[in-house]
Design a protein around this ligand. Structure first.
Ligand SMILES: [Zn+2]
Length: 767
């Protein structure tokens, strides 16, 4: 028994050490050194691509067919790989991400599992994988049709080259494959189908559906992280031509520009499509009535839609006979990309009103803060319970009730997910970071700009992530279940807060509180400009933000990105000082006032009350000079001494001691350990306030508390630390002098009184 207890505590201890990152006080202002990669010819010390920067290119020419009866997708692809690296490659690696849905997938094997009282099909698939979802490879051949030697390792495949691929050389090869599409609602996944029981139709959102080149970089070589479902994707740019064959009554939304609209659209739809290209508001291209008709036809013939996309890092599409389609033009940097939406009737009325408008708004705001949107289209597709991004296209949830009403949460959630997923066009589809390694580099940066876009959509937008106060509950939570932001995508505790909420908040704090908008916005835009259509790493971001703003932020990256400490500043002590003028008229009166203000000694009070007779009352012989001496009484001699003293002072010194200044000496203790600036607000009797912002460098001597004096011309009635809640201070009770009580209400709980769930639109109808 004893051994068991010992073992348990040892495990607990190692957990604490492994995850919480507490920086030693003496290291908090140390420049980042070993944490960052050494600058080189590919990546400079200022955070820009170096003079020898290179990246690979992979072009795809694909014929894809979707089987709507068997829910299968099959394809033939020709990959043209450009080895722009200075290295000779002896083999090529490809990603077979669909293999994470194969029965023998490591994604299932490594899933921790427990039996619960209620188990869903999704829970069971982890216990006994029954869905056969992996790639079936039919052919892997070179350009001349000769079989290539290949080895599959879970979600990756190595192709061995007969002749090594030299630096600067191009290699073309072919792969033929198919796989079963997963029911996304039952089995989960970032790609798959949603089945609609009522009209017996499918809505497919198809992604990572073809064998794709693994990225080969200067900083990691071949990216060798398997797809386990959590960490997303790392891909090179290239040009795509994709022909997609689907039932002839399907409508396709896809990455790229439709090359043959006349083959697949009716004359009316063509007319509406043309109209949309110059319209500033959404134009419906395929109507709801047309969609309802198509739901019934279930055509057995097929049509092929051809799409072309240039300089994209991936390709995805959605197809269904249920799609309604609308589009509008958006003015961005002298171009007019099309914002478009594809949704089933189940998405209305929300989708017709908001989706395309949200896409257009996102392109405008993100272009302002990063780079002009460079692609010709941006598409939002609706399917249930999803938010997933690809170049030019994303799949989004947010569905009203069957009666057409919806909660405010549904509406806000839908608009937020559209802004977020369309925003991913910028991070990571254009500013192409390694998602498999660092979730925060796309999710965190994207969630930050999403916050700016939400505020610009509606000033009262109920934003979830961005404002400092919203991260407080996470920051003060259990440190053993917290990872630094700089943690690999698969190993992150509290994924949403860590990789979305915390980095977005950190950037907002940099912008509003630490750097200021002007310096921050310039540097952030510079990062986007430098790394658009390239592969940035974390150090490229950190270095660019410092390089373009002239602000040393190593302490900030260290605290917010490499650590797990929180901000808790304790306004520990406040002392008020005034000048001693040495004027006896003033100072003696002040001393007397202080003395009189003191309560009489408790024993003396009681002795008097009891009528105690003292020796002084009865023996006149013990009286002398001091019996009646008044130390506060001002004498002629005192006045003369003072006049002598004043004579010796300079004019400036005289002015100073007679200035009637109030000196507040304030001590703040850094309880949380995170380095942050200090913002003090003094309030005066007339209700006016004065604010002092002290930069974070006040903590540079690495002591857990600091003392600072503020000279005021008036007496303050109160002092508040972080009055506008901009530092994510987790404990407000110790932020005020004098102390303030923050009231909380609690309510009576009566069992059995819950009403059935009803959204406010439904309640308004009942009223
Ligand atoms: Zn995201």
């Amino acid at each position: 028994m004893k051994i068991r207890i010992l073992l348990l505590s040892a495990v607990l201890l190692s957990t604490v050490l492994a995850h919480s990152q507490i920086t030693k006080w003496e290291d908090k202002f140390k420049q980042l050194g070993p944490e960052l990669a050494t600058p080189n010819e590919q990546r400079t010390a200022s955070g820009a691509p170096g003079h020898a920067y290179w990246q690979q290119q992979a072009d795809y020419n694909m014929k894809i067919r979707l089987d709507d009866n068997l829910q299968r997708v099959s394809g033939e692809e020709i990959i043209t790989y450009h080895n722009n690296s200075p290295d000779v490659l002896y083999y090529l690696w490809l990603q077979l991400d669909q293999n994470n849905m194969a029965k023998n997938s490591d994604a299932y094997a490594i899933e921790q599992s427990k039996i619960g009282d209620r188990m869903s099909l999704n829970d069971i698939v982890d216990l006994e994988p029954w869905f056969d979802g992996g790639f079936k490879l039919e052919e892997v051949k070179d350009a001349s049709g000769k079989d290539l030697k290949y080895t599959v390792n879970q979600t990756m495949m190595r192709i061995d080259l007969e002749t090594p691929l030299k630096a600067g050389a191009v290699y073309t090869f072919k792969i033929k494959w198919w796989y079963n599409i997963n029911d996304r609602i039952r089995l989960g996944g970032r790609s798959g189908y949603e089945y609609f029981e009522e009209d017996k139709n499918y809505l497919y959102t198809i992604a990572q559906f073809y064998p794709r080149m693994v990225v080969y970089t200067d900083y990691a070589g071949w990216q060798h992280k398997q797809f386990l479902g959590g960490g997303e994707f790392t891909l090179d740019f290239g040009n795509y031509t994709v022909a997609i064959t689907v039932p002839s009554d399907h409508i396709i939304g896809s990455t790229g520009v439709l090359q043959n609209p006349k083959d697949v659209l009716t004359a009316d739809q063509m007319k509406r499509f043309e109209k949309a290209k110059s319209s500033n508001e959404p134009v419906i291209i395929c109507t709801q009535d047309e969609a309802i008709n198509r739901e019934k036809t279930k055509s057995t013939s097929e049509k092929t839609w051809i799409f072309k996309a240039e300089n994209v890092r991936d390709f995805a599409f959605a197809t269904s006979r249920k799609f309604i389609w609308d589009a509008q033009a958006v003015d961005v940097g002298g171009k007019k990309p099309l914002a478009m939406s594809f949704y089933p009737k189940e998405g209305n009325p929300l989708w017709e009103q908001y989706s395309t408008r949200a896409v257009a708004h996102t392109l405008r705001v993100y272009s302002k803060h990063t780079v002009d949107y460079p692609y010709p289209v941006a598409i939002s597709v609706h399917s249930k319970w999803i938010g997933m991004e690809y170049p030019m296209i994303c799949f989004n949830g947010g569905r009203p009730e069957a009666d057409g009403t919806y909660s405010e949460n549904t509406k806000v959630g839908m608009i937020s997910v559209i802004i977020h997923e369309v925003g991913h066009n910028f991070f990571p589809m254009i500013i192409n970071s390694d998602e498999r390694q660092w979730t925060w580099m796309d999710e965190g940066l994207n969630t930050f700009v999403q916050y700016l876009a939400e505020k610009e959509f509606d000033p009262n937008y109920p934003t979830r992530r961005g404002p400092a106060r919203n991260i407080v509950d996470y920051m003060k939570g259990d440190k053993t279940k917290m990872s630094p932001i700089m943690t690999n995508s698969e190993s992150i505790y509290q994924f949403g807060n860590n990789a979305y909420g915390k980095p977005a908040t950190a950037l907002n704090i940099l912008r509003e509180t630490i750097m200021g908008r002007e310096l921050f916005d310039y540097a952030f835009k510079e990062y986007a400009r430098r790394w658009a259509f390239k592969h940035p790493t974390p150090e490229d971001f950190y270095r660019t933000m410092e390089d373009a703003s002239g602000v040393d932020l190593d302490w900030f990256w260290r605290g917010w990105f490499y650590g797990t400490e929180h901000c808790d500043m304790n306004l520990k002590e406040v002392k008020l000082y005034k000048w001693n003028t040495r004027n006896p008229e003033v100072e003696n009166a002040f001393k007397k006032e202080l003395k009189d203000a003191q309560p009489a000694d408790i024993s003396l009070q009681r002795d008097r009350a009891e009528g105690m007779v003292t020796q002084m009352d009865v023996d006149k012989d013990i009286v002398d000079f001091y019996t009646t001496y008044d130390p506060f009484k001002v004498t002629m001699l005192d006045v003369k001494d003072y006049e002598e003293y004043v004579k010796r002072l300079t004019e400036d010194e005289k002015k100073m001691i007679n200035s009637d200044r109030y000196y507040y000496q304030v001590t703040v203790e850094n309880v949380g350990g995170l380095i942050m600036p200090l913002i003090f607000e003094f309030e005066f009797a007339d209700g006016t306030r004065r604010r002092f912002k002290i930069p974070a460098e006040i903590w540079k001597m690495s002591e857990p508390s600091v003392t600072k004096v503020f000279a005021l011309d008036r007496e303050a009635t109160s002092i508040a630390l972080d009055p506008q809640l901009e530092t994510a201070d987790v404990e407000l009770n110790n932020n005020f002098w004098p102390a303030r009580i923050i009231p909380t209400k609690f309510e009576l709980f009566k069992q059995g009184q819950q009403r059935p769930e009803e959204n406010p639109m439904q309640r308004a109808k009942r009223n």
